[in-house]
Design a protein around this ligand. Structure first.
Ligand code: TRP
Length: 457
């Protein structure tokens, strides 16, 4: 990006919507429901909410601030800040790890998004209307059984993502986000209303928010923390890069608050829409990563005009997934551009890497379903997909977040941080700053100690 000026978004609301687009994605609908279901609901949801509020959100702001101060690709931004802070520690290292992690996330993200697109296509041909549960379960099985089908859709998804990143159509994205995000919201609210009328609503509400019956274990703790980081896209530098594009007139704390609230409400709405369907239809909440691909079609099968609604919904979800995938492909692309590659070449090469890695996820859903490569290390029953997803979400993201918190809390000067946000020198600022300095590091270190000594796996 040497000759060009560092790009920025055209307006405040544009920045908020595009960054919310990076946060809102499959994490809110697919992963929130499947991971909450797998981990028994209530306790998971409670830890998720607490982590979101007190750990992931402060780190989200810190990461965005590092981008605003660095105004370059993620490793370069952090290297600059390290120099100006006069630190001897390798600040760029978490950014480099983050670049690898974004491609790993993109690799499984593409496979799940591919299935979302395929379901949109199915609905366009009139699919799901009047279908029975068994028929829907059979479709999910058939989709995964022959790897060539998911491979086809993953390629389509990655091509769309790489094309958008290579063309750098930020303006177009802003405009599209303005339209699609509100429609997705309205559709989710519609689905929740539909779900309230179902017999399973009470059971679902209890499952998600019945904190009194909750189960907790080091593993559930890790998963909830990982989910909180994943849903806000923090820990790998994706948000840092968006922060580097943020106009100087944007109030960072306010913008963050809006983005977090949007992200949280989409997840809660998705949970309230999906779990009642699941309980009404006697589906096991711990059904795994295929959960939404059974519950969502089932929701639409019983609604008049279900096929067209299903089509619109899967289309919107595809869009939400693409805006998140863009935020995954952009950090490595930005770094390669700095190295002198064209934007197009950088995006396509990184997209191709994600595709090759995506095969591990595709196969985990078929011929590798019983392949547990790290069972000998104690990671029993985990497919390559499980290892990639849990490794990145539950380990890399919190550690990346820890690094960013330490940089802002301990590396930079308090007053510089306050002015850059900007925030009044009042209680709110002190709480946030204190969270980065003490709460976040202590909580994340305690989490890892619990996982290591309490048997996280
Ligand atoms: N937050 C997105 C979602 O919920 C996924 C995502 C985008 C992400 N960029 C990220 C996750 C960076 C971790 C890190 O779907």
């Amino acid at each position: 990006m040497s000759k060009r000026e560092h790009p920025s978004f055209s307006s405040r609301i544009g920045f908020i919507l595009v960054t919310a687009g990076a946060a809102v994605g499959l994490g809110n609908v697919w992963s929130f429901t499947y991971v909450a279901g797998k981990n028994g609901g209530g306790g998971f949801v409670l830890i998720y909410l607490l982590t979101l509020a007190f750990i992931a959100t402060p780190v989200f702001m810190a990461e965005m601030l590092l981008g605003r101060l660095g105004k370059a690709s993620t490793p370069t931004s952090l290297k600059k800040l390290q120099t100006s802070a006069g630190s001897k520690l390798p600040w760029a290292l978490p950014a480099w790890i983050g670049l690898v992690a974004t491609i790993l996330v993109l690799s499984f993200y593409a496979v799940i998004s591919g299935q979302v697109m395929a379901y949109g296509w199915e609905a366009l041909q009139g699919g799901f209307a009047g279908w029975e549960k068994d028929q829907i379960i059979a479709l999910d099985k058939a989709f995964k059984a022959d790897p060539s089908v998911p491979i086809f859709w993953s390629i389509l998804f990655l091509v769309a993502t790489a094309a958008i990143v290579s063309l750098d159509i930020r303006k177009g994205l802003e405009r599209a986000s303005r339209l699609m995000m509100p429609v997705l919201f309205v559709m989710l609210i519609g689905l929740v209303i539909f779900a309230v009328l179902r017999a399973g609503f009470g059971a679902a509400f209890n499952f998600l928010f019945g904190f009194n019956e909750m189960q907790l274990s080091p593993k559930i703790l890790m998963e909830a923390v990982g989910q909180a980081f994943f849903t806000l896209s923090v820990g790998v530098g994706g948000i840092m890069l968006y922060g580097s594009y943020m106009g100087d007139d944007v109030n960072l704390p306010k913008a963050s608050l809006w983005i977090v609230l949007m992200d949280l409400s989409v997840a809660l709405l998705a949970g309230l829409a999906i779990f009642p369907i699941l309980f009404s239809a006697n589906i096991d909440p711990a059904a795994g990563p295929g959960l939404v691909f059974i519950t969502l079609p089932l929701a639409f099968s019983g609604i008049p005009g279900g096929a067209i609604l299903a089509f619109v919904f899967f289309l919107l979800l595809t869009f939400a997934a693409i805006t998140s995938a863009i935020s995954l492909l952009s950090p490595p692309t930005a770094r390669l551009e700095e190295a002198g590659w064209s934007r197009a070449k950088s995006a396509w090469v990184m997209g191709a890497c994600a595709f090759v890695l995506s095969l591990a996820t595709t196969l985990s859903f078929s011929s590798w379903a019983e392949f547990h490569p790290l069972a000998f290390l104690g990671f029993e029953g985990m497919t390559p997909f499980d290892l990639i997803r849990e490794g990145v979400n539950n380990v890399v993201l919190p550690l990346g977040g820890l690094a960013f918190a330490l940089m802002v809390g301990w590396g930079l000067k308090r007053e510089d941080v306050r002015v850059a946000l900007p925030m009044e020198n009042g209680a709110l600022f002190s709480i946030w700053y204190g969270a980065l300095k003490y709460l976040v590091p202590i909580a994340i270190i305690a989490l890892f100690l619990t996982a290591i000594f309490g048997g996280g796996h």
